[in-house]
Ligand binder design. Sequence first.
Ligand code: NAD
Length: 322
Amino acid sequence: MVWRLITYTELYTPVPPYKSTYAIGVVEDESGRRAVVRIDRRYFGRLRTGMEGEVVEEWTVFGTLKKFVPREEVRVTRVALVTGGARGIGSAIALELARAGFSIAVADLAYDQDAEKTLEAVKSLGVEATFVAMDVSSAESVERGVSEVLSKFGRIDVLVNNAGITRDAYLQRMRPEDWDAVVRVNLTGAFHCSKAVSQHMVRAGGGVIVNISSIVGLVGNIGQANYAATKSGLVGFTYTLAKELAPYGIRVVAIAPGFVKTRMALAVPRSILRDYLKRSPVSRLVEPEEVARLVRHVVENEAINGIVIPIDLGLGISSPKA
Ligand SMILES: NC(=O)c1ccc[n+]([C@@H]2O[C@H](COP(=O)([O-])OP(=O)(O)OC[C@H]3O[C@@H](n4cnc5c(N)ncnc54)[C@H](O)[C@@H]3O)[C@@H](O)[C@H]2O)c1
C-alpha cells in the first residue's frame, strides 16, 4: 500500500512522555483514507509533501505507533568536524571518519604543513574535505568556523572536541596563565564548540559529540594539575550533555586515552614516560589510529552514550595512583 505525505511538522521540542523529538504528519492512501503518523527525526530537513512511503506499526513501551517511512531514502553525506584535526590524534580521527564515508572539516589554529598533509590524505580517500581556521578558546572564532562548515556542507553530524594543549608544571611552579590557557582550550573550547554545533544538530534530528578526555583526567598525573582538571571537567561535561541532549537524538561520549604517540606525548620528559611505561601492564604508547578507530566505533554504535571509555592499555588498573 502506497501512502502519500499530505502535511507534516517537525517537532524540535521533546514532547512528554516520549522524551524525544520527532515529526508528525498526515498521510493518505490511493483510496483517500487518511492517517496521522509519526515520522523519525532522522528525516528532519528532508521531508516533502507528496513524498510516497509505507505506514508501519511499531511497538514501543508507550503503545503501538503508526509510523511513516518515506520510500525514497534521500541519501545524505554525513559531515564530521574535528577540532585540532591538523595533526596527531585529530588527524587520525579525520582520516578514520573519512574511511567511514564522512565529509571532513578539519578545524585548527592555522593552515600549516600538518593541516595540508591531513587534508590531502583525507581527500585521497575520495571524500570531501575542508579546512577551517578556528581557535576553540574563542566563542567568536568557533561561531565563524561552524558557520563556514555549515555553508560549505550544510550540516554537521559529528563533532569531535579534540583540540588540546598542555602547560605542565608542579603546582607551586604553575603560573595562573598556564592554568588559564589550558582551561580555555581544553575545557572552554569544548563548551564553545558543543554549544555552537548542537543547535544545528537539534534541527537536523541528531548527531554525536565525542570529547577527547584523557586517562589523566581519571587518575591524575604529577605536573599536570591544570591538564588533568580540564580532562576531568570533560567527564562531567560529557555526562551532563548526554542527559540534556538525548531527547534531541544527540549522543555525547568521552574517550580517555593513555599516552598516545604524538607530539604532545613525546614532549613529556623521558623519565616520566619511562616511569609511565613501567607502570602500564602493556608497555608501549597507544597509536593515534587506535584512538581513531574507537571514535569511529562510538560514532557508528548508537547504543553508546554518556560514558567515558578509557583506551589506555590497562594503565587504569595498574595502581590506584597510576
Ligand atoms: N598524546 C597523548 O598522549 C594524549 C593522551 C590523552 C589525551 N590526549 C588528548 O588528545 C587531543 C589531541 O592531542 P594530540 O596528542 O594529538 O596533540 P597534538 O599537540 O599533536 O595536537 C593538538 C592539535 O590541537 C591544535 N590546537 C591547539 N590549540 C588549539 C586551539 N586553541 N584551537 C584549535 N586547535 C588547537 C593544535 O594546533 C594541534 O593540531 C588533546 O585533547 C589531548 O589532550 C592526548
